[in-house]
Design a protein around this ligand. Structure first.
Ligand code: GLN
Length: 183
């Protein structure tokens, strides 16, 4: 298992640290030549989705990665990564647009947008959830499985090999979750 972590901006180092703890082989994707060798799955970290979207295009990573995701490369998007995968972004343009969800950016307000809670995650029981200026999922298409909700809003979902969380599991000491999500 070799996992690529998009490392243009944002919380990629935290994902790398978790994969180090799990002993899972991984590498950082910073430019086109980083994705020449095959890999098994992709992590899109938190950060600023608009900045990441721009850098993806500037660095010519957008088209090859979009193709791989469409062809079924397993992908895990956290926070901004969720926004990158969303087919619709409220008040903004989609990036990869491969997942049948509508993302609402900065959904909890800009100032009070960071908080910690625990909620039930389908199949895993209660998990810690750290939200940082997070989106939530406003709507899902048929075929999208809802995995977790907080205060009536969808915060985790899966569609085929695409998994997204509005929160940052890599920021909490929660290896069972991360282990499952990266498989
Ligand atoms: N607010 C950011 C965005 O809209 C996401 C924040 C995060 O990834 N922690 O892209």
């Amino acid at each position: 298992m070799r996992i690529g972590i998009l490392a243009l901006q944002g919380a990629f180092a935290e994902h790398a640290a978790v994969l180090d703890r799990l002993g899972t082989e991984h590498f950082l994707i910073r430019q086109l030549r980083d994705i020449k060798l095959p890999f098994d799955s992709l992590i899109l970290p938190g950060g600023e989705s608009t900045t990441m979207g721009k850098l993806l295009r500037d660095l010519e990573l957008f088209t090859p990665l979009a193709g791989m995701i469409r062809e079924g490369l397993p992908v895990f998007g956290t926070c901004a990564g969720l926004i990158l995968l969303a087919q619709e972004v409220e008040g903004g343009a989609p990036c990869f647009g491969t997942m049948g969800i509508t993302a609402r950016r900065n959904a909890y307000g800009r100032q009070l947008g960071s908080f910690y809670t625990e909620a039930t995650f389908r199949g895993l029981g209660r998990v810690p959830m750290t939200f940082i200026r997070a989106p939530y999922i406003q709507a899902v298409s048929p075929g999208v499985e809802i995995l977790a909700e907080v205060d009536g809003h969808i915060v985790a979902a899966r569609q085929g090999s695409q998994l997204v969380t509005a929160f940052h599991p890599e920021l909490t000491d929660d290896l069972p979750f991360t282990d499952t999500s990266c498989r």
